[in-house]
Design a protein around this ligand. Structure first.
Ligand SMILES: C[S@@+](CC[C@H](N)C(=O)[O-])C[C@H]1O[C@@H](n2cnc3c(N)ncnc32)[C@H](O)[C@@H]1O
Length: 356
């Protein structure tokens, strides 16, 4: 220990508590990922309190594992334990986060996505030592499914309810009918939802990642909107194959290898009077203003995916918190846009309307 930094016993006690809490949290997340994957939270919500034998029967799992999982979740405070009946229950106050797929607060997709990065921990460590990164294509189907389940909670609960009302001109153009493109569309959930809500508009989704385009096309078919929504493999940092009244990116620019080129091609593809709507991670310019639990989540995701996949493509590696408003404004200005206006925000995301 450095001789000139005094040792604060209270600070040491607090930090020990925090570090043990984080370790407990890590274990809880692993247990949550198991519970999510096997539908255990959903079973408890649907069927009510259960013993380990009861849950094992209901969920078709081994009783010994059911007992350990239920006990772990009770110790973590996720489930209530009732000693008199040896039953475990999911408190109704916890159900929205753990059991209600697609709901605003549902975290199952995040559990799936975060734990799907674990097989790549050693690759990330190698990148720390030797440079480069982990390629997007190295992440397995579980990661992409988790991402889709996580981001669609926003498209289902915020896009029509809060995002579009914050940009009323875009909302009314969508109602009247327009042509829109979503770059980095992933599984396509955003424009599928828009197509369902604005039947006079037409949409195209572009993504560089081939499997996402197959998933998105299948999702559009399942949603019966394939006549108004199409998907194409395309690197958005290359000139787009069409021009549009509206272009959107949802959680894409900070991930992209070449953000300036991406914004520039979006600018060139906008028709006169068009608009660009960009959802980005809400972050502060200075590290000291990002410090806290949300900053820790964003930074961890950055190392485990966002920055690392961009660096793997020899990209800028902006990272999850690498695009605060001033940086977006700078890049958009250099790409030829004239204004960037924040229309909506919550602690995790900010929505900007960007005009040519
Ligand atoms: C975090 S995901 C978000 C996906 C989707 N927008 C959503 O919210 O569910 C970022 C997506 O951007 C795509 N992407 C990154 N850079 C891209 C580029 N230059 N052109 C097209 N897609 C890109 C990735 O393949 C990935 O699907």
């Amino acid at each position: 220990m450095s001789a000139d930094i005094p040792f604060d016993r209270e600070k040491a006690r607090e930090f020990t508590q925090n570090a043990v809490g984080d370790l407990a949290g890590t274990m809880a997340i692993l247990m949550c990922a198991i519970g999510d994957r096997l539908g255990l939270f959903k079973t408890l919500e649907r069927k009510g309190p259960a013993t380990s034998a009861g849950l094992a029967t209901l969920a078709g799992i081994d009783e010994r594992y059911a007992r350990e999982w239920l006990s772990a979740m009770a110790c973590a405070g996720y489930l209530d334990y009732h000693p008199e009946s040896a039953e475990f229950s999911l408190p109704p106050e916890h159900a929205a986060l753990l059991a209600q797929e697609g709901g605003r607060l549902f975290l199952g997709g995040m559990y799936q996505m975060v734990t799907a990065t674990l097989p790549h921990l050693e690759d990330v460590i190698q990148a720390f030592q030797h440079g480069g990164g982990v390629r997007q294509s190295d992440y397995g189907a579980g990661f992409w499914q988790g991402l889709e389940r996580y981001t669609c909670t926003k498209f289902e609960n915020l896009m029509l309810q809060q995002w579009l009302p914050s940009v009323p001109e875009i909302q009314s153009s969508l109602e009247q009918g327009m042509e829109a493109a979503d770059i980095g569309c992933g599984a396509g959930r955003a424009i599928i939802k828009l197509a369902q809500s604005f039947p006079k508009s037409r949409f195209v989704g572009y993504d560089v990642y081939v499997p996402s385009i197959s998933t998105a096309s299948a999702n559009a078919g399942d949603a019966n909107v394939a006549d108004r929504v199409s998907f194409q493999i395309w690197d958005g940092s290359q000139d787009l194959p069409g021009s549009y009244d509206l272009i959107t990116t949802f959680d894409v620019v900070h991930d992209s290898a070449r953000p300036l080129e991406l914004l520039s091609s979006i600018r060139r593809a906008l028709r006169p009077g068009g608009a660009y709507l960009v959802l980005e991670v809400n972050s502060a310019e200075k590290l000291e203003d990002n410090i806290g639990p949300l900053g820790a989540i964003k930074m961890g995701l950055s190392v485990m995916y966002c920055m690392t996949t961009s660096l793997a493509a020899d990209g800028d590696g902006l990272g999850t918190v690498g695009l605060p408003e001033p940086k977006l404004l700078d890049l958009c200005t250099r790409a030829g846009f004239s204004s960037v206006t924040k229309a909506w925000e919550d602690p995790f995301h900010a929505l900007y309307q960007v005009l040519p």
